[in-house]
Design a protein around this ligand. Sequence first.
Ligand SMILES: Cc1ncc(COP(=O)(O)O)c(C=O)c1O
Length: 357
Amino acid sequence: MKAIQHQELVTPALLIRAEAMARNRQRMTQAMSKFPSVSLRPHMKAHKCGPLALLQVADGALGVCAATVDEVYVAASAGVKDILLSNELATLAAVKRFVKIAAEFSQAKLRICVDSVGLIRLLKEAGAAAVNVGVLIEVDVGHHRCGCHPDQVVALAQAISEAGLSFDGIQCYQGKLQHIRDRDARRDAVMASAVAVAKLSKQKLLDAGIECNIVTGGGTGTFTVEAGSGVFTEVQPGSYLFMDVDYGKNPDTPFESSLFVLATIISIDSTRSWAVIDAGHKAVTMDSGPPAVVGHAETVQYTSGGDEHGILSTGNVGDLPVEFEVGKQLWLVPGHCDPTVNLYSTVHVMTEDGKSE
Ligand SMILES: Cc1ncc(COP(=O)(O)O)c(C=O)c1O
């Protein structure tokens, strides 16, 4: 690949700092080394990128999670051998596509989450029993998104087996807890929800004589709690690779920002009260708060200027940093990495010597 300097990039552009990402990978390996009986299954919804999924497998991950059928395809075609679609599908067309991927990449083990008999029927109808597919039951552990009640797991596991499918375990993910800022409060909340409900659900299965080999869940903010619980067999952090402004507010996080949006100042108002950059909603998402400007995170605020524009100001007339000039490039830390990555078809990997590929 051709090495270029970031100054040559047309902005807005998505960049990864290679060394920072490598440090995050090492920190994850180190964190997981404390839980030798628990596997890492990173969530690729953060990067949606086959080569990065392979790097994570090279780091020791047993496979990846995917959030969509498209992500399953990206991982399978990159050569990942163990992929969990950590989500439900609801139409025969979507289930058929999932089964087709399993048939095409038969050396890969694909798994999918279900929380109703409807999806079990669709899997049967699409021929999932004839391919290398396993089924997990998603349990609602307090996120109140997808997932069944713990009282339903036995009946669902029986329905999976009766459909000729392989019941492999349960998913117990609680996303809302990831960003509780206080570490002890976060740990207590995970123990009271994800861990307690996972234990209860597994026990119900065991009492009914049904094996539950996989218990999976956890994210960047909580994975050490699930991993140390004695019930989870694998954890699913995704954002640890990149981080973002929101996760950076968890004071105990060992991870650092490695993902940036490169933007350029395209206009400055005559009183130097605000600068306009070429990064609006189409370049950074605002769902978890605004991006931060590297080097000015404490003083300069980003507000939306619409689809293509971002407005930077300190809130004081004439108070823009002196180095802010039209044409100057700025590095932004995204407020939320996953949906920001989703806006780009290309990511540039930048090394500390300034080269990008
Ligand atoms: C089911 C599931 N598992 C794991 C994750 C990874 O979480 P994080 O990116 O916070 O590490 C997510 C993120 O939304 C998720 O939906």
